[in-house]
Design a protein around this ligand. Structure first.
Ligand code: HEC
Length: 134
């Protein structure tokens, strides 16, 4: 079962130069469905995850520590103070269009904030949330 996910992602990457947020959400949802039958991404769950204080890291307890509570507004890096473009797809059309970038930042940010890698379901929910944010 584990093999399905990389194959699915490879199929997406091979099919076009750029991915769409919907394609990535679908791919993560398919992976999540192998662990939890009938999985459907939820923007509401994604939003709760985005705002949740995991308290693993003192400097960055939540995703909102850098991305701020308003996903459609620019964020600010909690450590460097550098501006971060909005997470909402409606406000930033570059979001979730490059699988390698998405995987890189999920890996880094989830480890730092959550203390582990995010699950496929959490990623699908997060992208769904970013697609619904205005
Ligand atoms: C320490 C600051 C910081 C925290 C905390 C943080 N991020 Fe980020 N995140 C960044 C930066 C910097 C980027 C890269 C610049 C950009 O894409 O605007 C980024 C980019 C991303 C991207 C890439 C999206 C895309 O397609 O462009 C995802 C996904 C992401 N973050 C998810 C998360 C999640 C989920 C959390 C919480 C578990 C989180 N981030 C917490 C700083 C942070």
């Amino acid at each position: 079962m584990k093999l399905i996910y990389p194959l699915l992602l490879a199929a997406i990457v091979g099919s076009a130069n750029a991915e769409t947020p919907k394609q990535l959400a679908d791919a993560y949802s398919s992976e999540a469905a192998t662990q939890s039958a009938g999985f459907k991404p939820s923007g509401q769950r994604g939003g709760a995850f985005f705002a949740k204080h995991f308290a693993v890291s003192e400097r960055m307890p939540a995703c909102t520590s850098c991305h701020t509570e308003q996903a459609a507004q620019p964020g600010r890096h909690a450590v460097t103070g550098k501006e971060i473009k909005p997470m909402a797809v409606a406000a930033n059309s570059e979001r979730f269009t490059d699988l390698a970038k998405v995987e890189k930042w999920f890996r880094r940010n989830c480890k730092e904030v959550v203390g582990r890698e995010c699950t496929a379901g959490e990623k699908a929910d997060f992208i769904q949330f970013a697609m619904e944010s205005r």
